[in-house]
Design a protein around this ligand. Structure first.
Ligand SMILES: NC(=O)c1ccc[n+]([C@@H]2O[C@H](COP(=O)([O-])OP(=O)(O)OC[C@H]3O[C@@H](n4cnc5c(N)ncnc54)[C@H](O)[C@@H]3O)[C@@H](O)[C@H]2O)c1
Length: 395
């Protein structure tokens, strides 16, 4: 069993992973600065699921399941704090989730782009230095995103591919064409992590994570253990927004042509993948890349699936496409390799259909919370002009 430090333990994936790894007997330590909670509040929203504060979460994990999870409050930007945590715990594995993950939030204006790049890129740089100093043999599981690659007109390999140019061949990082200042932070992180592995001999799994959807796992067997679920324009992914919209009878709103394709994975299966990465470390000094996805859907097709899943629950909503606030290809080729996790034993356990039913049933219990923040769903941030003035909406 390993000692695992989860940076970003209070977040959507972090809290779920803390419970899951504890259930498998790993010792879990977490850190967080709670900025996700503050940032969602700043955009006028909250988690649809009423999440407890960290102390309540830890207490409940102990009383319901016997999990002893330790926690330290602080930021990856504070090197003194990181040194203390790493120096005291000497983890075998560091799972790094502690970043600002919203593309629209990063595109709102200069301040939000600056905040996102500083938080993500420099936080990761600090973490790399802290690992070098205090835990050089530990394995960094770093969350990147499928959005690092963009939507090239050729199949997307897992991080690297063979290139032949002017008669010579090389094995090179696949070109990254990200679509926001947030996605750019992940590209910069990948370059820094790969470099640290090369020069300092650290080992890392850089996970190109597809969009994760779902409200629960087996460990979340009580409301005191719920993980967050956001549905506002900045922090809610398309699938989350559609589910929240369906629950309050608000038309589902794909952007643009709706033919933009993205890669998805259910929360339970994302936990399975992250656990496989944690439990099967790379060789010392190795930098490896996993594309962590299960299925690919177009965003309009996804709205149709949510609409269909809502019918048996009495949810009857229309679909109303909106002008696309983002700068993205409206129609494109999308094929993604995802063999590395399968080679380690990953087998998807949940289909979109199963999971949508669970999500909609869960969200129906919190319908009033979604309704109270319904104004936060419509897009207000455009890639061209940043954040609109309060009150001005694109719809
Ligand atoms: N959820 C998805 O669908 C998805 C998809 C692709 C990639 N990812 C990536 O996975 C990671 C986790 O995603 P999530 O959905 O759980 O996000 P999240 O925002 O819910 O979790 C991140 C946590 O890290 C904390 N944090 C942020 N900056 C910090 C800092 N400097 N110091 C300490 N704590 C800090 C936040 O308060 C939050 O609790 C992110 O890096 C995200 O970019 C997520």
């Amino acid at each position: 069993m390993s000692k695992v430090l989860i940076c970003g333990i209070d977040g959507y994936l972090g809290w779920t992973l803390a419970l899951h790894l504890s259930s498998r007997g790993h010792e879990v330590i977490g850190l967080d600065n709670f900025e996700r909670r503050k940032n969602v509040e700043e955009v006028g929203s909250w988690s649809a699921t009423p999440i407890s504060d960290i102390n309540e979460r830890l207490k409940s994990a102990k009383s319901r399941h016997g999990y002893e999870i330790s926690f330290a409050e602080g930021s990856t930007l504070d090197y003194g704090f990181l040194s203390k945590v790493m120096g005291k715990s000497h983890p075998d594995v560091v799972v790094h989730l502690a970043e600002q993950p919203s593309a629209p939030f990063s595109m709102a204006d200069r301040e939000h782009a600056f905040y996102t790049q500083q938080n993500n890129v420099l936080g990761t740089l600090n973490l790399l230095f802290a690992m070098k100093e205090y835990a050089p043999k530990s394995h960094l599981v770093k969350l990147g995103t499928m959005g690092e690659y963009g939507t090239p007109n050729i199949a997307i390999p897992e991080g690297f591919f063979e290139v032949e140019y002017r008669g010579r061949k090389d094995w090179m990082p696949f070109p990254r064409q990200p679509g926001s200042f947030y996605h750019l932070t992940k590209v910069h992180d990948s370059a820094n992590v790969m470099f640290a592995c090369k020069v300092w001999g650290l080992s890392s799994t850089d996970i190109m994570q597809g969009v994760v959807y779902g409200t629960r796992t087996d460990d979340i067997d009580d409301d005191s253990l719920l993980t967050r679920f956001d549905f506002d324009e900045a922090f809610g992914t398309a699938i989350n927004r559609y589910c929240a919209q369906a629950v309050i009878g608000y038309p589902l709103t794909p952007y643009g042509s709706g033919r933009q394709k993205r890669a998805f994975i259910a929360l339970v299966d994302s936990m399975q993948c992250l656990t496989l990465a944690v439990e099967n470390p790379p060789k010392q000094g190795e930098y490896r890349v996993f594309n962590q996805i299960d299925e690919v859907y177009g965003v309009y097709e996804l709205a149709e699936q949510v609409k269909r899943a809502g019918r048996p629950l009495g949810l009857d909503v229309g679909i109303q496409a909106l002008a696309d606030p983002r700068f993205e290809s409206q129609e494109h080729f999308y094929e993604v390799d995802h063999d590395n996790l399968r080679k380690l034993g990953f087998r998807p356990t949940h289909t979109l259909e199963d999971e949508l039913d669970i999500m909609l049933r869960d969200l129906l219990r919190f319908k009033d919370r979604i309704d109270a923040k319904r104004d936060a769903i419509a897009p207000r941030t455009t890639w061209k002009d940043g954040k609109s003035k309060p009150g001005r909406r694109m719809v």
